[in-house]
Design a protein. Structure first.
Length: 185
C-alpha cells in the first residue's frame, strides 16, 4: 500500500505519485489488451481441419518473444554487474563518498564538511591523516565486500533467469516447428 505524502499525493515510498505510475503502466496495459484481443479472435474464430491451430502458434510465439525480451534485459544486467564487480570502488555509493583514491576520499569529505558549515551544523575536523587513512581503508574493504556480495547475488539470479529464458525459448521454438510441420532443427 502506498504512503500519503505531505501534499496528499499517494506514492509508493519512492516519491512517485500515482498518476506517474499509471502513465508508466499504460504501454504495458495496451500491450496486454492487444495480446488478449488477438488471442480471443483466434479462439472464437474457429479452426477448420485443414488449418493449423492458430492459438497454439500464438501462445508459442508469445513465449518465445517474452523469453527474448527477458534474455535481453538479463544480459544487460549481467554486463552492468560485471563492470561493478571489476571496479568495485567506482560503483555508486549511498553515502556519496568517493573511494576511488585516498585523495578523492579526502576531497569528498572536505566537500561534505563545507556543506555542513553552510547548514550551520559544522564540527571541527580534528582527524589526523593516519586516522583518516585507516577510515578510508576500512571503507574500501567494506565497499569491496558489499559490491562482491551484491554482484554475486545478481550474477547468480540473472544467470539462472537467462538459462530459464533460453530453455523456454528452445523448447517452444522446437514445439512450434513440429506444430507447423517442419523438421526439427
Amino acid at each position: 500500500m502506498g504512503t500519503v505524502n505531505v501534499v496528499g499525493v499517494i506514492g509508493d515510498g519512492l516519491g512517485l505519485p500515482l498518476w506517474i505510475r499509471f502513465i508508466g503502466a499504460t504501454p504495458l496495459c495496451l500491450l496486454g489488451a492487444a495480446w488478449f484481443f488477438m488471442a480471443a479472435t483466434l479462439v472464437f474464430r474457429g479452426d477448420n481441419v485443414e488449418k493449423p491451430n492458430r492459438m497454439a502458434q500464438f501462445y508459442g510465439y508469445s513465449v518465445c518473444l517474452i523469453a527474448i525480451i527477458v534474455g535481453l534485459f538479463t544480459v544487460s544486467s549481467l554486463i552492468g554487474t560485471s563492470f561493478e564487480r571489476a571496479h568495485p570502488l567506482e560503483s555508486s555509493s549511498m553515502f556519496g563518498e568517493s573511494l576511488s583514491s585516498f585523495d578523492a576520499y579526502k576531497a569528498s569529505r572536505n566537500l561534505q564538511q563545507q556543506m555542513e558549515e553552510r547548514a550551520g551544523v559544522a564540527r571541527p575536523d580534528t582527524v589526523s591523516d593516519a586516522a583518516l587513512h585507516a577510515q578510508y581503508n576500512g571503507l574500501v574493504q567494506d565497499r569491496i565486500a558489499h559490491v562482491r556480495y551484491n554482484s554475486s547475488k545478481t550474477l547468480v539470479t540473472s544467470g539462472l533467469l537467462l538459462l530459464i529464458a533460453v530453455v523456454l525459448f528452445g523448447l517452444h521454438w522446437r514445439w512450434l516447428r513440429r506444430t507447423n510441420g517442419a523438421a526439427p532443427a
